[in-house]
Design a protein around this ligand. Sequence first.
Ligand code: PLP
Length: 469
Amino acid sequence: MRYISTRGQAPALNFEDVLLAGLATDGGLYVPENLPRFTQEEIASWAGLPYHELAFRVMRPFVTGSIPDADFKKILEETYGVFSHNAIAPLRQLNGNEWVLELFHGPTLAFKDFALQLLGRLLDYVLEKRGERVVIIGATSGDTGSAAIEGCKHCENVDIFILHPHKRVSEVQRRQMTSILGDNIHNIAIEGNFDDCQEMVKNSFADQSFLKGTRLVAVNSINWARIMAQIVYYFHASLQLGGPARSVSFSVPTGNFGDIFAGYLARNMGLPINQLIVATNRNDILHRFMSGNQYVKETLHATLSPSMDIMVSSNFERLLFDMHGRNGAAIAGLMDNFKSGGGFSVEQERWTETRKLFDSLAVDDAQTCETIAEVYAQTGELLDPHTAIGVKAARECRRSLDIPMVILGTAHPVKFPEAVEKAGVGKALELPAHLTDLFEREERCTVLANDLKAVQAFVSQHGNRGKPL
Ligand SMILES: *Cc1c(COP(=O)(O)O)cnc(C)c1O
């Protein structure tokens, strides 16, 4: 499989190189040159497979030429072997024909484990083969950091640096990162906000001289491997609900358009999906596009669903690329406009075509809490705030009651106690068995000033299993 850039000017790469790349050299994102397409018979024949075997069938075309089948199978078996629920991604019924796909049974209790557990293992496999080492630098408002650290903690050939805003992540989220003590794990608390952290990561990609030749790898969802891993659970959910003979709809809490883009790809690969609902919080750039064809930046607001507090949605570019007939020059033009301060609209026909599949809703904090309380009263299920946004959007935007509606359950409520408390649900939150001693564990973390040079000096001092690069 070959991968091309959404801006049309970077060289095509194979899977292995895409895994190790950040943005393409032309500033675009990598996408498969040709999407694999499965027949209905083929998809139907996968019913009942264990999750890792389904994952093998769905993802195999994306890695051919880079990873032999037997090795890929083994990696997938290990990856999904660390999940704490036998079904890996169980479906729980909320209401008539309404289901939550629970994606929070991985080590860090959010859906990001599905991709980052795999990414860590793939990196180690590829780097071992090449005899290379890499450095990862990532910014997190909470969930990505812990999932990336858990995914990479056993990697022989990776040093990982995760920047989080000092005192601005929840205690559970912080401890999930800082209590992992390997000599290749480096937590940095920045005296600044999440945007400051993200800016430092971007600048480090732009000028890598401080790394003395060591390659820098991205772990946010611009990395294709993350999107790829998320396609699988759409197939998994559909197969349990009568697919592919029957069509299914999905409501997806999203900020960066990563998770929902995976659903869009599943549909283009042959899975019958009736409707994809973009569920955002008050940071609603995606909703404003879907509802009014306006893609315009606005001020970032802190919400009770912090993992979706995103001003600009990086993976949206991948959808735009398809929307424009895969014309890289057109995307480069739109993105230049966007960067120089303007927003943009797309041509009416393109937008109308997109809206045949996508609907959207923006849900504020008050509605989020109401939904948590309402679902708890109706069913006894306690939702995390992100999932609650998905449920609200599903209920508002649903086109047909005959078609099963699946809401992606993106996190365990214990990660977001503030929202659960505000919802007034009188249920004690309990950490799952593998985390019951979280509050007693030793923590390791370095606090640094909001200063790029200080961070880069720290990385070059510690980037080789704690020793200088
Ligand atoms: C990361 C995250 C999201 C948003 O994911 P996207 O990649 O923006 O689609 C939603 N919910 C939770 C709990 C997350 O951690």
